[in-house]
Design a binder for this molecule. Structure first.
Ligand code: PRP
Length: 181
C-alpha cells in the first residue's frame, strides 16, 4: 500500500480509486458547465486542500485558485454554531465565476456563511463543489452544485479530513470508530 500508514481500526469508506474517479467526473462536469469561461476555485482550509489540488488538475478551463480560512468546529466534533473568518482570499471576486471548494458539507453553517460572503462581492456567479455531503446533518438551507458522494453520519477522516489535525494525509476516506474519537 502506498501513502500514510493506516491504523487497522480505521475502516475504508471510500477508496482512493473511487475518489479519483469521482473527482475526474466532477471536473468534467465543471469543465462542461463553464466552457470558454474562467473560474476561481476557492478552497476552504484546511480540509479542502487535497480535494482542490486533485480537482484543479483535472479541470480543463482557464482557472485560478485561492484559499480562505474559517473556523466553525474548534477542536472537537461539535460545531459551535458560529463561523469566523480567519483568512480572506487575496484577489478581487468582482465579475468572477467563483466555485467554493469544500471537503465536506455537514450542517451547512460554513458554506451558508461563505456563500453569503461571496455573493456580496459582485461576482458573476457563485457555485459550490463539495466532495462529501452528510445530507442527514443539514440545519441550513444550502446545497452543493457539484457533490462527490452523499455519505452517512459517520466520523470520517483522510483525503484532507482530520480528527484533531491527524489523518489528513490518508489517501482513502475512512470511518473513525467511536472508541477512537
Ligand atoms: C469542516 C469542513 C467544512 C465544515 C463543514 O471544517 O472542512 O469547512 O467543517 O461543516 P458544516 O457544514 O457543519 O459547517 P473544519 O472546521 O473541521 O476545518 P478543517 O477544514 O480545517 O478541518
Amino acid at each position: 500500500m502506498h501513502g500514510a500508514p493506516q491504523s487497522p481500526e480505521l475502516r475504508v469508506l471510500l477508496t482512493r480509486e473511487r475518489i479519483q474517479a469521482r473527482v475526474a467526473q466532477m471536473a468534467a462536469d465543471i469543465s462542461r458547465d463553464y466552457a470558454d469561461q474562467s473560474v476561481v476555485l476557492v478552497g476552504v482550509l484546511k480540509g479542502a486542500a487535497i480535494f482542490l489540488s486533485d480537482l484543479a488538475r483535472q479541470i480543463q478551463l482557464d482557472a485560478t485558485f485561492d484559499f480562505i480560512s474559517v473556523s466553525s468546529y474548534g477542536s472537537g466534533k461539535q460545531s459551535s454554531g458560529e463561523v469566523r473568518l480567519n483568512k480572506d482570499v487575496d484577489q478581487s471576486m468582482a465579475n468572477k465565476n467563483i466555485i467554493l471548494v469544500e471537503d465536506i458539507l455537514d450542517t451547512g453553517l460554513t458554506l451558508q456563511f461563505l456563500r453569503r460572503l461571496f455573493l456580496n462581492r459582485a461576482p458573476r456567479s457563485v457555485k459550490i463543489a463539495a466532495l462529501l455531503d452528510k445530507k442527514s446533518r443539514r440545519t441550513e438551507p444550502v446545497e452543493a452544485d457539484y457533490v462527490g458522494f452523499v455519505i452517512p453520519d459517520e466520523f470520517v477522516v483522510g483525503y484532507g479530513l482530520d480528527y484533531n489535525e491527524r489523518y489528513r494525509n490518508l489517501p482513502d476516506i475512512c470511518i473513525l470508530p467511536p472508541e477512537m474519537q
